[in-house]
Design a protein around this ligand. Sequence first.
Ligand SMILES: Nc1nc2c(c(=O)[nH]1)N[C@H]1C(S)=C(S)[C@@H](COP(=O)(O)OP(=O)(O)OC[C@H]3O[C@@H](n4cnc5c(=O)[nH]c(N)nc54)[C@H](O)[C@@H]3O)O[C@H]1N2
Ligand SMILES: Nc1nc2c(c(=O)[nH]1)N[C@H]1C(S)=C(S)[C@@H](COP(=O)(O)OP(=O)(O)OC[C@H]3O[C@@H](n4cnc5c(=O)[nH]c(N)nc54)[C@H](O)[C@@H]3O)O[C@H]1N2
Ligand SMILES: [Mo]
Length: 772
Amino acid sequence: MLQEKEILHSSHWGAFYARPGRDGLQVRPYEDDPNPSPVIGNFTDALNHPARIRQPMVRKGWLERGPTRGADRNGDTFVAVSWERAFDLVARELRRVRDEFGAGQIFGGSYGWASAGRFHHTQSQIHRFLNTCTDGYVRSVNSYSAGASTVLLPHVAGPFDDVSRRGVTWRQIEQYTDCVIAFGGMATKNSMVASGGISHHIEEPSMAAARRRGCHFINVSPLRTDLPEGADAEWVPIRPGTDVALMLALVHELVAMGRHDRAFLSRYCVGWDRFQDYVLGTADRQPKDPRWAAGITGIDAGTIRALAARLTQGRVLVTVSHSLQRSEHGEQPVWMGLVLAAALGQIGLPGGGYSYALGTIAHYGRLDNRIRFASLPQGRNPVQAFIPVARISDMLLNPGQEFDYDGAVHRYPEIRLVYWAGGNPFHHHQQLARLRDAFRRPETIIVHEVAWTATARHADIVLPCTMTLERDDLGVTQTDSMLIAMKRVAAPYAQARDDYDIFAELAKRLERHEAFTEGRDTMGWLRWIYSETQRRNASSGQALPDFDTFWEQGRLELQKAPDDGGMFRRFREDPAAHPLPTPSGRIEIVSERIAGFRYEDCPGHPAWLAKRETPTERYPLWLIANQPATRLHSQLDFARYSQSNKRHGREVCTMHPADAAARGISDGGLVRLYNERGGCQAAVRLSEDVMPGVAQLPTGAWYDPIDPSAARPECRHGNPNVLTGDLPTSALSQGCSGQLARVEIERLDAEPEPVRAFVPPPFISEPEPGRR
Ligand SMILES: Nc1nc2c(c(=O)[nH]1)N[C@H]1C(S)=C(S)[C@@H](COP(=O)(O)OP(=O)(O)OC[C@H]3O[C@@H](n4cnc5c(=O)[nH]c(N)nc54)[C@H](O)[C@@H]3O)O[C@H]1N2
Ligand SMILES: Nc1nc2c(c(=O)[nH]1)N[C@H]1C(S)=C(S)[C@@H](COP(=O)(O)OP(=O)(O)OC[C@H]3O[C@@H](n4cnc5c(=O)[nH]c(N)nc54)[C@H](O)[C@@H]3O)O[C@H]1N2
Ligand SMILES: [Mo]
């Protein structure tokens, strides 16, 4: 440990102080954080955990036979090598693929959250490295978070950030909102997190303040816990995947009551008349009325009518969580939520209208800072080929095949080399057996990791990297009010090195060192980012002290830009002067452009489309595979706070007592969840906070297959992505649909084997060069 005093640091789940102690690190939350996240507890024993990677490793088969297509990457032994040897191997392989086949056969899409910190931002690092040293890479576009809405919203409303995070603020909700209807809820476990860091968790206190003023919160979700207790919400349990039917019925009811805002719809929107025909069933003879919706959603018609009546009173805000679009036809609830808000006529008013994904991440509902921070420049990528991020298995398995995306047809490239840093596809991707097969296709897979994740175990070359606590960095985002000097808390674990230092060394061997580093080390880059920020923000109204003063102080409060209500406010006040950046300049209830793409799974206006995959007699339950409350994704799953929430070492699945009783399952026991794709074990907790017919198992338990080669793998630990389908949301956006799966659950009586996910894989040491 470097120093014994308390050091301020930052993470995606909060700012905190760390002090090396006898039993690992002592951490305490940043003192001004009104509602800190317990997830900082995962830092306490992370630094020297046995799950970390001690030194560079090469898969034995790869070392012996060289780069090979179709190699079995399950359970081969690793060979521990020196950094020198690892650098030689990686540089030689990058050079081979670059020079013989070109950068178009290198996949550097490398999705993942990695760690907070402006400079050691892994995605910037790897992209800058590949741009400067291999002349580019095949990239991925969009996110697992918001694959469908990222593509949809610009067609029908405007830029993603303007519809989600730059309109309605928590402060407005405290002051003005009378009713928030939250489809998918606003679980405060989720807004604990913001990419890049967060110093003030305001969501729960804001909801409680609004509630005290009389704001009524409605949680439309299969889980009661998707709104916090302080919101004192009305819970409307809904069958997963059916929100569009409910929203349509709410609009039907507004029309029936004559309470839809005709003036708003005609002045600010296009397509209402055609859409109204669909709602009333003029064309298909099926009115989308409350009785119709009751059969689909499981919510009785009277409740739907009462909800509609409630929405006609006072200032009403509609929000739709990311989770709703992370499933088949995920575009529809996002679009339909916007149309519901348009029918209510309050879009652009303070605290009212539509705010996509409020509460799913702590960036939303906050004002931007005056100052915009510079970041590490990534350089230029001359390679045109890309994939929508969740099409990774499709790309690797089907090179040359065509795919639809956002109105055009593209082709999957042939990939020889995959370079991944800062993400864990064996956590984040669906249908892991298919991903495993896809990972056999490239000739070489290189991974930088902090710890032995399943992705590292599937790599040919594993380079151990430092975790955030072992580096100096700048903690800052556009929405958080603190700039934090993230000072190094501990020396690097074993032989781990910073991603930047690894790339710099490789750049040297590829003769591009100067281009990659521009002569700077880490502190040189932190100074550069800081001074570049000063230069670009000279007229922002806030002056930054010089770097050394800031670094010494350790933190700086950033000023907020004023609340101007954002894009929708300007549009509402003067639609001629501030049209929306859609083809019509208005909210598109009907999109001629999307209609023109002629996608069966995404028509020209929001519609109820039945999913291809729904519960059956064999697999009668809906599984919700949502974000974990005890960590960020799979990060530090081995560490103390995450572990303290496991039972029998397994992730906990929550189900309704009636569903459990029907299967002879009792609280606290072990179960097996399964479907046609595989199975996973979990501990079980019974609760009436989950609606009947639904079970919930969060993502992020490290994949721990009993037989890694099985056609239908069984995970000992509780990773739901064994069960989810690798199905795109639609041809429009090709987004991830991992939120839902159909499953059956049975009691597990046999004494289960211990979880091995955190035990490093077997390895041997390479003999010293002279002694071979
Ligand atoms: N079934 C289902 N699946 C889902 C979802 C779902 O709702 N349901 N949600 C999806 C969503 S929204 C997302 S965003 C994805 C998240 O998927 P990921 O972003 O891939 O998940 P993380 O666990 O955050 O992976 C980050 C990895 O980076 C490593 N890391 C941390 N710091 C560093 C660093 O400095 N350098 C390097 N090289 N590595 C580092 C961590 O050890 C970790 O393994 O998952 C998706 N998957
Ligand atoms: N603690 C923690 N916080 C996180 C993350 C994390 O890993 N850990 N990940 C972050 C990331 S990357 C993202 S993208 C966001 C994701 O934000 P979301 O995608 O919104 O988060 P989830 O927890 O997956 O889903 C929220 C809730 O939606 C409900 N839900 C699921 N399906 C349906 C449905 O069909 N209808 C309705 N009405 N409700 C449904 C579920 O009950 C679930 O609890 O969270 C962020 N916050
Ligand atoms: Mo996400």
